[in-house]
Write a protein that binds this ligand. Structure first.
Ligand SMILES: Nc1ncnc2c1ncn2[C@@H]1O[C@H](COP(=O)(O)OP(=O)(O)OP(=O)(O)O)[C@@H](O)[C@H]1O
Ligand SMILES: [Mg+2]
Length: 220
């Protein structure tokens, strides 16, 4: 599902990724752990096509068979909207829209029908324990509630791959466990692939495979 070869990333003189090679199978749940500053977020951003690697000899990134490094910005945005979902610690919800509207936006961008989208959005919000909060705007929700809205938004288009950076970072133990269960349930039901950066030991160990990053590379 994801095949990365020789991914490098420099910020000026600082070499953050030093030729990462990675193969993630369809339906696999992979966790990425490692010390602060090891390059986890940077790698996730590259794999999620939100940032571009510093191209060197042999750099390549294939996602579901698509050579994403060769796509132009417009095609890349479309590819991302249809295939990839993102859950970040800083969730970037749109403040002027309600929870329900925030969840629906990626589906409307993909030109899906309003009724179907709203039904699915409500189902997801309900599952995530937000049934009574769907008409509230982010400013009227707690941090954990906002996080769960962002999770529903990431899932609305049933993306093939979900990239999560500290997805349970803002959640209490119970909500975090519920979210982790949802990841496995989705994988079992829809065969979705998950790449999860986390400092949560329990979540990291639940994954099919745990990758440890150190000094800009994956330890083997
Ligand atoms: N835009 C940027 N410009 C310059 N340096 C950056 C930039 N983004 C990240 N870095 C540096 O790259 C290194 C790796 O950062 P990254 O965010 O990938 O770490 P991380 O493993 O996700 O850490 P954490 O666990 O703290 O989130 C750090 O030294 C960071 O300071
Ligand atoms: Mg990080």
């Amino acid at each position: 599902m994801i095949r990365a070869t020789q991914l490098h990333k420099y910020y000026g003189d600082l070499q953050v990724l030093k030729g990462v090679n990675l193969h993630i199978k369809s339906g696999e749940i992979v966790s990425i752990v490692g010390a602060s500053g090891a390059g986890k977020t940077t790698l996730l951003q590259l794999l999620g096509t939100l940032d571009k690697p510093t191209i060197q000899n042999n750099s390549s990134l294939y996602i579901d068979g698509t050579d994403v490094l060769t796509l132009n910005d417009k095609d890349l945005s479309k590819f991302r909207n249809l295939n990839l979902g993102f859950i970040f610690q800083f969730h970037q919800l749109l403040p002027e829209f309600t929870a329900l509207e925030n969840v629906c936006i990626p589906a409307f961008i993909a030109k899906k029908s309003k009724i179907e989208t709203e039904t699915e959005a409500k189902r997801l919000l309900d599952y995530l324990g937000l049934k009574d909060r769907i008409n509230h705007k982010p400013g009227e929700l707690s941090g954990g509630e906002q996080q769960r809205v962002a999770v529903a938004r990431a899932l609305i288009n049933k993306p093939k791959i979900i990239f999560a950076d500290e997805p349970s970072g803002n959640l209490d133990t119970q909500s975090a466990e519920h979210l982790h269960q949802l990841f496995f349930k989705l994988r079992d039901e829809f065969g979705q692939t998950f790449v999860i950066v986390t400092h949560n030991e329990e979540l990291a160990d639940m994954a099919d495979r745990k990758l440890v990053m150190k000094d800009g590379n994956i330890m083997v």
